[in-house]
Design a protein around this ligand. Structure first.
Ligand SMILES: Cc1cc2nc3c(=O)[nH]c(=O)nc-3n(C[C@H](O)[C@H](O)[C@H](O)COP(=O)(O)OP(=O)(O)OC[C@H]3O[C@@H](n4cnc5c(N)ncnc54)[C@H](O)[C@@H]3O)c2cc1C
Length: 292
């Protein structure tokens, strides 16, 4: 079930992201979430790959179970961390045999405490190398990651966007952004990449905002400040969980509406394995006529 067919048929896609849980309780929560969100008619869903390659089997098993149980198109995230090229080739054989057709190809983060990424002996150094290998393999649709504010290790925002262009040229059918909290950087990135490529499909990654402190922590990790527009609207409510959730969701809905009006080729929602905020966001956007 390659998602390239959806990309060729639909101008806009709706997709959800899940992560492999660490506990049995987390697995039950994830099963419930998937079964409830499946009714929202996502075009595809994706399952992350734990830091350091720590969830290799779980990612694969969750993708297979989503495909089998719900008939949804599913995409496995895959990183270059802790894997040689030969090991990745083996994993691709297994994916193809099992019927996994879609891969979000990533480099992965350096291990905790290390600033730079060091490739495994005989491994890939960049996502673009992994994309090139998967493209040569011809059995998969690939997607890559994009950073509207630039990746933290890049020399400049533009240098990183040049690498995004390169990733499209190495075979990515689409890119999904890190979660964004303002429209401007995504628009500028699309203009920059669009000057070199014909209609690049850059899908905004959306984290429904229910907790301002969580957004602050996320931005800190990326070495970025919380965007001014969001700080002004939410910072003073940060310690009032009910008020911040209400205003945060209103903020998210407005931002998604603006993105779709600006021509975003869909939305990829970081569900955090929870149902309510994702369902609320999709329902509101449909009621307002911004999503089919
Ligand atoms: C949508 C999305 C999903 C993600 N899912 C996961 C996941 O499941 N598991 C996980 O561990 N991580 C995940 N990540 C995080 C990701 O692994 C990290 O952000 C990682 O640090 C970079 O991965 P990348 O694929 O963007 O790397 P790359 O595209 O390889 O870029 C890494 C850095 O190198 C630079 N660069 C790239 N190519 C070159 C080159 N040829 N020469 C010089 N510099 C270059 C880039 O500008 C960038 O600074 C995800 C990120 C996003 C946006």
């Amino acid at each position: 079930m390659p998602i390239s067919t959806v990309f060729s048929q639909k101008e806009r896609t709706l997709s959800f992201e899940f992560f492999p849980p660490k506990t049995d309780t987390g697995q039950v929560l994830l099963d419930n979430t998937i079964s409830q969100l499946a009714h929202l008619g996502a075009d595809f869903v994706s399952v992350t790959y734990g830091a350091g390659g720590s969830t290799r089997e779980k990612t694969r098993d969750i993708v297979l179970s989503i495909q089998k149980k719900y008939g949804l198109k599913a995409m496995a995230h895959l990183t270059c961390v802790n894997a040689s090229q030969a090991e990745i080739a083996e994993l691709l054989d297994d994916y193809a045999e099992q019927g996994i057709a879609n891969i979000l190809a990533l480099r992965g983060d350096p291990p905790a405490g290390e600033e730079r990424f060091t490739p495994t002996d005989g491994g890939y150094a960049y996502a673009s190398e992994l994309l090139t290998a998967i493209k040569a393999d011809q059995r998969f649709t690939t997607v890559c990651a994009a950073y509207p504010d630039g990746h933290p290790e890049a020399k400049s925002v533009e240098a990183d966007w040049d690498q995004l262009i390169h990733k499209f040229n190495c075979g990515a059918s689409a890119a999904i952004t890190q979660c964004i909290f303002e429209v401007g950087p995504w628009k500028r990135m699309c203009e920059y990449v669009g000057a070199s490529l014909d209609n690049p499909r850059i899908i905004p990654g959306i984290l429904p905002v229910t907790d301002y402190h969580a957004v602050e922590r996320f931005c800190n990790r990326c070495g970025a400040a919380v965007p001014e527009v969001m700080r002004t609207r939410l910072a003073h409510l940060a310690d009032d969980p009910v008020a911040v959730r209400k205003e945060g969701m209103a903020f998210t809905i407005e931002m998604c509406a603006e993105l779709l009006q600006a021509g975003a080729p869909g939305l990829h929602i970081y569900s955090l394995n929870k149902t309510t905020a994702t369902a609320e966001l999709v329902t509101a956007l449909r009621l307002l006529g911004h999503l089919e």
